[in-house]
Every structure is written in C-alpha cells, then in structure tokens.
Design a protein around this ligand. Structure first.
Ligand SMILES: Nc1ncnc2c1ncn2[C@@H]1O[C@H](COP(=O)(O)OP(=O)(O)O)[C@@H](O)[C@H]1O
Ligand SMILES: [Mg+2]
Length: 242
C-alpha cells in the first residue's frame, strides 16, 4: 500500500445471517430440519481508497450499507471476502446513541469508552474535555443515558469520539440531531481537525454538508459503490436519487 494511503478497502464482501422463520430449536436440530437462516449480502465487492488527510463522505439511502462499511473499516465487522488495511488510529465509532450503554450514566460511558480506547491513560483531562465539548451538565452526566434525548446522545457520542485525538475521525450521522449551536460547533471542530491533517469519514443525509466538509465521496446503493469521486459531483448524484 502506498505511503499516502491511510485506508484501503479492497473487494470487500460482508453478509449477515438472517432468520426469517422464527427460532431454531434443539428439537429442530435433532430432527435435522433445515436451518431457518439465510445469508444476506450487505456489502458487495466494495473497494475504497482514502488518502491521509482526505475527508471522505459516504452517502446513500437508509439501509444502503454506510454504517456497515464504517464498522468494517473500523474492524468491528470481519468481511467474508476482501481486505481492509488501515494505517492509523480510530476514534471510537459511535453512531447516534449506538455504542453507548443505555443503563450506565453519561460519566460511566465516558470512562468506559476512554478506558477501552486507552485514552484515559494518555490524557488525564479527557473526561473534562468530553464534558466541556458536550456542554452537558453534571446532573445530566450523572443520569443513565437511556434518559437522554437524541440530541443529548449525539453530544455525548461526538464529544467522546473527539477526546481520542486519533488519526481518523468517523462521524456517522451524529450531527443530524444536534441543535444548531452544537452543529455549528461540530463543523468548526471538523475543520480544525482537517487543518491538523486528520482523516475524516463522514456519513450524513445532508448533501450540502458533505460537499462542504469532504473533498471526496462515495455513493452506496444496495451495498455497492455506484459512484465515487469529487464530493460535489457525488452529492449531486445522491440528491438526484430522490
Ligand atoms: N447486525 C446486523 N445483522 C443483520 N443485518 C444487518 C445488521 N446490521 C445491518 N444490517 C442490515 O444491513 C443493511 C445495511 O445497514 P446499514 O449499514 O446500517 O445501512 P445505512 O447505515 O446505510 O442506513 C440493512 O438492510 C440492515 O438491515
Ligand atoms: Mg447508518
């Protein structure tokens, strides 16, 4: 892989087992009944290259495979075929609320995720940084996150992602539910990170934001990359779908 590439996704195929007929019991197993599961292709022969310092937008309809692609790049999902090479560190990948433990408080989630990603050891101010950026009050952070609104979850998720100071920042629709103040703050932060040479993977349903923030983009349809290239051009193609 050439030195200026930070991510190389090569011919990746991901499928999940889906159960359409109900639960498969031990009795079914003994009776040698056919497995009621079938494999469903989620990502089909995806190839994507990201250069260090690039901001890649990932657009496509709901269910087109955007989050699955991010999880595969982050190593959370192992592809059935193909390879993913990443030459950098990740922030924890947190879609709106996903990745947070609903029964734990905001503070407990922060501590858990910072410990998981080794941030707490490197940066003792990390918890304060998360609290400051999120602008969530002490009271809120002491409550279980299941009581949070989607905007509050987004604030917490994005602020934890930022605390990691990693090479690659992954943003999965996290800004969509934040209020205007928070959105503006996030966009400013993303620009700062771009200036610092960080690589950004950005999923959003707002083509204008993607075109503004990203230099490159891919359009997914049914788990396949149908277009890739300059972000403005790809966002136009995405808008034309509707
Ligand atoms: N863990 C899973 N098991 C089975 N199917 C899944 C799983 N995660 C996602 N899917 C399916 O994969 C498809 C793509 O989902 P996703 O990557 O979340 O799409 P997007 O982020 O573009 O909305 C959807 O059809 C979804 O139902
Ligand atoms: Mg998604």
């Amino acid at each position: 892989m050439s030195n200026d590439l930070i991510i190389k996704v090569d011919n990746v195929h991901v499928s999940f087992w889906q159960n359409n007929l109900g639960i498969y019991t031990l009795k079914d197993l003994i009776a040698q009944r056919k497995l009621p599961f079938k494999s469903k292709t989620i990502l089909n022969n995806i190839s994507v290259e990201v250069k260090r310092g690039d901001s890649l937008g990932i657009v496509g309809r709901n269910g087109s495979g955007k989050s699955t692609l991010l999880r595969t790049i982050a190593g959370i999902i192992k592809p059935d075929r193909g390879t993913v090479i990443v030459n950098g560190t990740f922030a924890p990948i947190l879609a709106i609320g996903a990745g947070l433990e609903s029964e734990l408080t905001g503070y407990e989630n922060i501590k858990l995720l910072l410990a998981l990603y080794g941030t707490a050891r490197k940066n003792t101010n990390a918890i304060d940084n998360v609290r400051e950026f999120s602008e969530l009050s002490d009271d809120v952070l002491r409550s279980p996150v299941k009581q949070y609104s989607s905007g509050m979850l987004a604030r917490l998720a994005f602020s934890i992602s930022l605390a990691n100071d990693s090479d690659i920042l992954i943003i999965d629709e996290v800004m969509a539910v934040g209020d205007q103040g928070f959105q503006g703050k996030c966009v400013k932060k993303i620009y700062d990170m771009k200036e610092q040479g960080k690589t950004i993977l950005y999923v959003s349903h707002f083509p204008d934001d993607v075109a503004r923030i990203c230099n490159k983009a891919v359009l997914l349809e049914g788990g396949e990359v149908v277009h890739s290239g300059d972000s403005q051009e790809i966002c136009q193609k995405y808008s034309n779908l509707f």
